[in-house]
Ligand binder design. Structure first.
Ligand code: DO4
Ligand code: MG
Length: 283
């Protein structure tokens, strides 16, 4: 089951090869439910599918209402190694090594809902950054009760030059205007995507040519979804649920930095493809 947030038609659900309108529902009330898939199925039982419906004619919004977006760090070996290498001080590099093996994961606030970009929107790089990458991340949707009900694709846009200077600059490296993208839908599967070896793929195109293309399986993740969720829930209440990015396992080579006009595509099995264009943050 996929739940889309659309500009023209509100909520559209794709289930068993058919699309259904749930226009009268608000995003937060609909998705913030334990056993979400079963609850939405009950609603669909009472209505007819849309006929001659083409979702590609609609504008997809990010699959979010008022939820906060949080993120996990250093959950894959590739992320730990890249961050240790970019860190300009040896002591700063050590933090990544330690958190990779520590019981407590690294979790950080990523974005308010208003700053999140949806499918085909522009994600930003900062004007004061010289080294930037997208981070393709499987993203959990967790209800206010703490149950993981769905998944989406996330982009944790990051400045490697700013984080590399000092890990204390993390909020500036990662939490700026339009530094988070989510989409194309909220995927609500029968069972966790961690059961299948779900693949995450990052493709970057420049001037119409693919300049980076790599995939990773989520079986390469050091942590599991429940421990990440549990540590997040220890410290907060989320009245309408929360999104939690689970960290990146793909980092482009050190010679690569994003440029305005680049097209970033993040595909995750079952969820679909999230495509965004890169821009330089302007005010
Ligand atoms: O430690 C800094 C952030 C790490 C991160 O965003 C990731 O591993 O995805
Ligand atoms: Mg990240």
């Amino acid at each position: 089951m996929k739940i889309y947030n659309t500009k023209e038609e509100g909520i559209i659900v794709f289930f068993k090869d058919q699309y259904y309108s749930l226009k009268e529902y608000g995003w937060d009330d609909l998705v913030n439910q334990v056993h979400l898939r079963a609850k939405v199925k009950l609603i669909l039982d009472d209505r007819l599918p849309l006929v001659n419906f083409d979702i590609s004619k609609l504008t997809l919004l990010p699959p979010i209402g008022q939820q906060e977006v949080w993120a996990s760090g250093v959950t894959y070996l590739r992320s730990k190694n890249a961050r240790m290498a970019e860190s300009q001080s040896k002591e700063g590099g050590d933090f990544y090594d330690k958190v990779y093996v520590a019981e407590r994961p690294e979790l950080f606030f990523k974005s308010t809902a208003a700053r999140v970009v949806g499918p085909l929107g522009e994600v930003n790089i900062r004007p004061d950054s010289t080294w930037d990458v997208p981070e393709p991340e499987l993203t959990l949707f967790i209800t206010s009760e703490g149950s993981i009900e769905g998944y989406t694709a996330g982009n944790d846009m990051s400045s490697r030059s700013i984080e590399g200077q000092n890990p204390l600059y993390l909020p500036q490296a990662k939490m700026y205007e339009k530094s988070a993208a989510l989409g194309p839908c909220l995927y609500v599967p029968k069972e966790s995507v961690f059961k299948a070896n779900t693949q995450i793929r990052l493709k970057i195109s420049r001037g119409g040519e693919v300049c980076f293309d790599e995939s990773i399986g989520i079986d390469q993740m050091k942590r599991n979804e429940v421990e990440l969720k549990d540590y997040l829930m220890y410290g907060y209440t989320f009245p309408v649920g929360v999104y939690l990015m689970t960290g990146t396992g793909i980092v482009p080579p050190d010679s690569f930095t994003l440029a305005a006009g680049d097209v970033v595509s993040i595909s995750i099995d079952g969820i679909g493809e999230l495509v965004n264009t890169v821009a330089v943050l302007q005010k």
